[in-house]
Design a binder for this molecule. Structure first.
Ligand SMILES: [Zn+2]
Ligand SMILES: [Zn+2]
Ligand SMILES: [Zn+2]
Length: 261
């Protein structure tokens, strides 16, 4: 294993691709890269296994990738396409026989406590196969295993998404920026020179809360990253045709893609 293994569990927008009842060329495509679960990634090093978000497809994603261990979950924000798999984390509590640390900013933690109140109660710990969340409020830089993590605020309409930049020692391994309308200056500085940038790129037509393909491409080109992968894509972006239009070093992620850096 390299320094960091990145597994794309899902790369689709909130409705997933194909969209229910849609007959467009992407939704009808036979290319498996055009089938997108809702957006989430797993990060693994020799010392820690981290999940970012729990999509409504989380259970199926875990079975597909044979995920056996999650040491902590980091949440970007509380939109349903990023949190609704939360209850399926219960299996990881059961297998590890312990609480599961849940990292998020206070607003996101409060939403999780409101949506899944039972998981944050301490009184039912006798039910070992229930979800037992150990909330960890993100207030600034933190470390998990051998990774140092810097949280970054990203504008996402009425919401602020938390982006994450991962370091190991002096290496800036990964910046993960999903669900954002822009990459503001502070977030640009945090991601600059990262080995991998994962960035929101929803579609071609402007959207009030997400980057378009063109906006994401321009943002990525400003950041001098070694490689960039777009995520959170709608059915507007058919994989092969879209990727062939992108500059060198910028790719579309797809479900099941694994990177080792
Ligand atoms: Zn989303
Ligand atoms: Zn479609
Ligand atoms: Zn969102």
């Amino acid at each position: 294993m390299g320094e960091l293994e990145i597994i794309f569990l899902g790369t689709g927008t909130s409705q997933g691709v194909p969209i229910i009842g849609c007959d467009c060329i992407t939704c009808k495509s036979s290319d498996p890269r055009d089938q997108r679960f809702r957006t989430s990634i797993l990060l693994r090093t020799n010392s820690v296994s981290l999940l970012i978000d729990t999509s409504p497809d989380f259970r199926t994603q875990c079975l597909r990738e044979n995920i056996r261990k999650v040491d902590a979950v980091l949440y970007t924000h509380s939109h349903t396409d990023h949190v609704m798999g939360f209850d399926d984390l219960r299996r990881f509590c059961e297998m590890a026989d312990s609480d599961l640390p849940i990292y998020a900013v206070s607003e996101t933690l409060n939403d999780l406590k409101r949506i899944f109140p039972y998981a944050f109660q301490t009184t039912h710990s006798f039910l070992k196969n229930y979800m037992r969340a150990a909330p960890r409020e993100i207030k600034g830089e933190f470390s998990l295993g051998d990774l140092r993590i810097i949280p970054v605020a990203l504008p996402h309409g009425r919401f602020t998404t938390t982006g994450f930049v991962f370091f190991r020692g002096a290496r800036k391994l990964l910046a993960y920026y999903t669900d954002c309308k822009s990459v503001p200056p502070e977030a640009q500085e945090a991601a600059r020179g990262a080995e991998i940038l994962v960035l929101d790129a929803l579609r071609h037509v402007p959207h009030p809360t997400h980057l378009t393909l063109q906006e994401a491409t321009e943002a990525a080109q400003r950041l001098s990253v070694r490689g960039c992968y777009f995520t959170h894509m709608s059915h507007d972006l058919k994989h092969e045709e879209t990727e062939s239009t992108l500059p060198l070093g910028i790719r579309l992620a797809y479900d099941g893609l694994q990177l080792r850096i």
